[in-house]
Design a protein around this ligand. Structure first.
Ligand SMILES: [Zn+2]
Length: 122
């Protein structure tokens, strides 16, 4: 989907059918979450700890990062394995929804480019 006109060679009928299929099968997950799950290994506050020398750092710690406008970010430390599992699943659900929305958007862009109506009267 990185080409500028990925559907250029596709017939208008096929585009409409693909879009109808996407709209029919699209389900908005109640778990979706727009954030990134990041894993960190950190140094602790004890100056004599092995983590400040060559020893391994502590972790992994899992954070859920959300970006806001103006480059601001909110970071949430996930404290249980259940939270981590949920976060992983929720981030994946968001990415999946985003893929479907992006494809519908691409199809609509192509239909508009062809001077076609985006929605046919039913
Ligand atoms: Zn330490």
């Amino acid at each position: 989907m990185s080409r500028i006109h990925p559907f250029q060679g596709t017939s208008t009928l096929a585009l409409r059918q693909r879009k109808a299929h996407l709209l029919r099968s699209f389900e908005l997950s109640p778990e979706l979450l727009h954030a990134s799950l990041v894993e960190r290994f950190l140094k602790c506050g004890k100056p004599k700890c092995r983590c400040h020398a060559q020893g391994p750092k502590h972790g992994p710690f899992f954070y859920l990062n959300r970006c806001f406008a103006k480059g601001r970010m909110q970071s949430l430390l996930l404290k249980s394995q259940a939270q981590i599992d949920q976060a992983r699943q929720s981030v994946a659900a968001y990415a999946q929804a985003q893929l479907v929305l992006d494809e519908i958007s691409q199809i609509n862009h192509e239909l508009l480019r062809r001077g076609e109506p985006l929605a046919l009267p039913s």
